[in-house]
Design a protein around this ligand. Structure first.
Ligand code: NAI
Ligand code: 15L
Length: 268
């Protein structure tokens, strides 16, 4: 049966807030989890991913987990280690112990951030491009994908790892025109990831059907995802404001954009 009750970790964050607005229309009952209180949601669980007992209780009885919680930008290795590496392990262990069958994992384009971005006429970046994390953050998402593979091979727990491009209400940079996922397409993709059958561990690129798309959406479409949006209506204004991407600018040369060069000082 299709999942109905879903634990949404990271519910207070930007993407969590967008999905709290959009996913109930697909019939989901969301249980919310975040380290900080979720505004206007007194029943949300306020706990850290380091709290194994709280996680165990949070996953009890849900049909699936959407794991969005974690540090979402570059940070020191120690911070990333706690929230994204140990935290994701704690979540998977809790889900395994409670018999949860499906996780949707918020992975990131930064797993493959150093992949050169395709120039016009180049083939799209395939989903099996070699991993080239651009940050400790991207490295932690790479770990999450491997953890998901291990839990599938060893325990039969299914995951769809969504390498999200940029999911915000609007694209705000010229790079984002190529990796933007509208919130509505995000909800379509997460719904497909929650309901597709026999996914094992599947890795997909997460974006809208952008005119300037950099990567291949085949595995996402195979889940039943049908994107409806395109960043192109924002292109003229963003290019007028920011200029076209410059192949000689290292921030414009790679899929991961400025994550490949910033912060310039190794974070501690
Ligand atoms: P965000 O930073 O707005 O939200 C993350 C949430 O996780 C926050 O509410 C925070 O309190 C919570 N959190 C952080 N550490 C925690 C911990 N140790 N225990 C419990 N909760 C914790 O990030 P956003 O944009 O909402 O992203 C959500 C997820 O999607 C993140 O995992 C991010 O890496 C991933 N992602 C997002 C993209 C986007 O375009 N928004 C792109 C690629 C990946
Ligand atoms: C991410 O992984 C971040 O979580 C998000 O805040 C954006 O920066 C996004 O990637 C991006 O690459 O635009």
């Amino acid at each position: 049966p299709a999942p109905r009750t879903v634990l949404l970790t990271g519910a207070a964050g930007g993407l969590g807030t967008l999905m709290r607005g959009l996913l109930p229309a697909y019939g989901y009952e969301l249980r919310l989890f975040d380290a900080v209180p979720v505004e206007g949601e007194p029943d949300a669980i306020t706990a850290d991913l380091g709290d194994r007992a709280a996680l165990r209780e949070a996953v009890r009885g849900v049909d699936a987990v959407m794991h969005l919680a974690g540090i979402s930008l570059e940070a020191s290795f120690d911070k990333i280690l706690g929230a994204n590496i140990e935290g994701t392990y704690n979540l998977y262990e809790a889900a395994r112990e409670e018999g949860v069958r499906r996780v949707v994992f918020a992975s990131s384009n930064h797993v493959v951030g150093y992949t050169p971005r395709p120039l016009p006429g180049d083939p799209l970046i395939p989903i099996d491009a070699p991993r080239r994390p651009d940050t400790f953050y991207g490295l932690s998402k790479s770990f999450g994908e491997d953890l998901a593979q291990l839990y599938w091979d060893r325990h039969g727990m299914e995951t769809v790892s969504v390498r999200i491009g940029s999911c915000f209400p609007e694209p705000t940079s010229v790079r984002m025109l190529s990796v933007w996922m509208s919130p509505e397409d995000g909800a379509r993709l997460f719904h497909a990831a929650l309901t597709a059958e026999d996914v094992g561990h599947t890795v997909v690129h997460g974006s809208s059907d952008n005119t300037r798309l950099w990567w291949d959406l085949t595995t996402a479409r195979a889940l039943g995802y049908e994107p409806r949006d395109d960043s192109e209506p924002y292109a003229a204004r963003l290019i007028a404001e920011q200029g076209e991407l410059d192949p000689d600018n290292p921030d414009h040369a790679h899929l991961g954009g400025h994550f490949c060069t910033h912060p310039p000082i190794w974070p501690r």
